[in-house]
Design a protein around this ligand. Structure first.
Ligand SMILES: C[S@@+](CC[C@H](N)C(=O)[O-])C[C@H]1O[C@@H](n2cnc3c(N)ncnc32)[C@H](O)[C@@H]1O
Length: 269
């Protein structure tokens, strides 16, 4: 188990500092992964939804027109305030805001019909605890729509990619592979219904400068890409490393899963 408190402090420091840039980020504001989540949610005028780790609030805002009510939650107070300003500024009237740790949700059992969590779980130190909490707050047969960055099955490649991510953002914990998420969700008590994957090209210079990385940070990340092991290269497909257009790929999974039981990890794991 990693140092959970340290990981959460790092997230709060990091996201507190860059809250405004997450609200403005096109990568968070839209994309085929977000539209797939909305499509999978469907139209449910009586549903209560919870968006975990809402960040700038883009997923909560996208879901709001399709349900009765959304609770947008996050562990970082300034981030939640930024989301509140953004969502209310867009005219949504059915969204409330709650400070909440994804691994210890301050909500009653079976209090939501839908839970969403997008581009966030790679910051959570204990994914099994997070999944158990989602299971607990969902009503029986409730829907969990999950999206996060994933790593390849190959352990060497996955470790290399985690190190690369952490070099830019120390609050990045680790990303699981798609297969690891499917196993974890099944063991927790979910039945997975759909799984989609999306590849996204990242502009290295923007990625570094968005978090106020220095010229030295950029050069070290470039150098890592120059010496990337073959297994990670096949996944990240870096191009233009020594130009102003350096790019690489990240991969996201979108999973829809239904609460069908307690699974072999039990609730409160
Ligand atoms: C990249 S942002 C989320 C983006 C957002 N979901 C969207 O769709 O645009 C990641 C968020 O995770 C939050 N976070 C990190 N660790 C958390 C935890 N343990 N519980 C809840 N939120 C957490 C951060 O505060 C940050 O706001």
């Amino acid at each position: 188990m990693s140092d959970g408190k340290g990981a959460k402090d790092l997230s709060q420091d990091r996201f507190g500092k860059y809250a405004a840039s997450y609200v403005a980020s096109p990568h968070h504001a839209s994309g085929p992964d977000l539209w797939r989540l909305v499509e999978l949610a469907g139209e449910h005028p009586s549903w209560k939804a919870l968006d975990i780790a809402t960040g700038g609030g883009h997923t909560a805002l996208a879901i709001a027109p399709h349900v009765a009510h959304v609770v947008a939650s996050d562990i970082t107070e300034p981030m939640l305030e930024a989301a509140r300003g953004f969502i209310l500024g867009k005219g949504a009237t059915n969204v409330d805001f709650a400070l909440a740790d994804a691994e210890a949700l301050p909500f009653s059992d079976e209090s939501f019909d839908l839970v969403t969590c997008r581009i966030a779980a790679h910051h959570f130190p204990e994914p099994a605890r997070f999944c158990s909490e989602v299971l607990r707050v969902l009503r029986p047969m409730g829907l969990f729509l999950f999206q996060d960055q994933v790593t390849p099955e190959d352990g060497e490649a996955a470790d290399w990619i985690t190190g690369f991510e952490k070099r830019r953002d120390p609050s990045h914990q680790f990303a699981l592979s798609g297969a690891e998420w499917l196993r974890l969700l099944g063991a927790t008590g979910f039945s997975v219904e759909t799984e989609d994957t999306f590849e996204k090209r990242i502009d290295l210079l923007k990625w570094v400068s968005d978090q106020e990385g220095t010229a030295e940070d950029l050069e070290e990340l470039r150098d890592r890409l120059r010496h990337i092991p073959a297994s990670a290269r096949d996944w990240m497909r870096p191009t233009g490393i020594d130009t102003g257009k350096a790019e690489f790929s990240i991969h996201h999974v979108v999973i829809s899963a239904r609460k069908t039981g307690l699974g072999d990890m039990g609730a409160g794991c």
